[in-house]
Design a protein around this ligand. Structure first.
Ligand code: KIV
Ligand code: NA
Length: 277
């Protein structure tokens, strides 16, 4: 089937066709999401938490996102796959950003990159797009700045910060971004940004009026249980079910009911006779 592109996502917005996006970090999860026809897969730096067990996205390296992007690229044939540029791999200069994004796209075999920031990232985004790299923006709460922002909180609650957020999103579109993630933004402000932009807005904790919604795989399916953000809905309780299943497996092994006759082969009666002879 045909690969989803940044352009085809813009067409969805024009046609009023809202779409879903999900993160994935490996072959198996990418295959699941792709088979479900989710058109946008993000190899997010949330892999720091849900895969590596760190407590933020900051320890994640470019090499690690490249590695996970490669796994995802082999699992998803149709979705557009975008990879997060990690903390400190694009802030030093546009050249650094070009080098990092180029490696992520080329070595990770994916369709573009996402980076965090508003107006201050516009020149960098412009350079990347000029070089042929599709860029997704990310404004509102930006987890790579957790240390300067003081942790997760809603951005754009007052008129001044709402105005700043709208300016940031507009600057991303002008710079050539093909979409923008709005994280922890008041629903009314997210709706206004969505109305003003021609590129799709992808909300997370940003209300029902964005052009798309993105969620972390492990949150959606109840795999990651250390913390459940308010903006998530659990569609499965996989961790619970997996613990039950693992317990049953361990019990069956202890009770000698696994493996059963279906799970192994044995010598023919004649060979068995000779074996003991
Ligand atoms: O890293 C990530 O998973 C993200 C999404 C939650 C937007 O940036
Ligand atoms: Na991220």
């Amino acid at each position: 089937s045909k690969r989803v592109t940044p352009h085809s996502l813009a067409a969805r917005k024009r046609e009023g066709q809202r779409f879903a996006a999900v993160t994935a970090y490996d072959y198996t999860s990418a295959q699941i999401v792709d088979t479900a026809e989710v058109p946008f897969i993000l190899v997010g730096d949330t892999l720091g938490m849900v895969v590596q067990g760190e407590n933020s996205t900051l320890p994640v390296t470019l090499e690690q996102v490249i590695y996970h992007a490669g796994l995802v690229s082999r699992g998803a044939q149709s979705a557009l796959i975008i990879g997060d540029l990690p903390f400190m791999t694009y802030h030093a200069s546009a050249e650094q950003a070009l080098h990092s994004a180029g490696r992520l796209m080329q070595e990770g075999r994916i369709g573009g990159v996402k980076l965090e920031g508003g107006v201050e990232m516009a020149d960098t985004i412009n350079r990347l797009v000029q070089a042929g790299i599709p860029v997704c923006g990310h404004v509102g709460y930006t987890p790579q700045s957790a240390n300067t922002l003081g942790g997760p909180r809603v951005h754009g609650r007052d008129v001044e910060s709402a105005t700043r957020l709208i300016r940031d999103a507009e600057a991303l579109e002008t710079a050539g971004a093909f979409a923008v993630v709005l994280e922890l933004v008041p629903a009314t402000v997210a709706a206004e940004v969505t109305r003003r932009l021609t590129i799709p807005t992808i909300g997370i904790g940003a209300g029902p009026d964005c052009d798309a919604e993105i969620q972390v795989f492990h949150d959606l399916f109840g795999l990651y249980t250390d913390f459940q953000p308010r903006h998530t809905r659990r569609y499965l309780n996989m961790a619970e079910d997996l613990v039950k299943a693992a317990r049953q497996y361990a019990y069956d092994v202890g009770e000698r009911s696994f493996p059963g006759p279906q799970q192994y082969s044995d010598l023919t009666p004649e060979a068995r006779h000779r074996f003991y002879a």
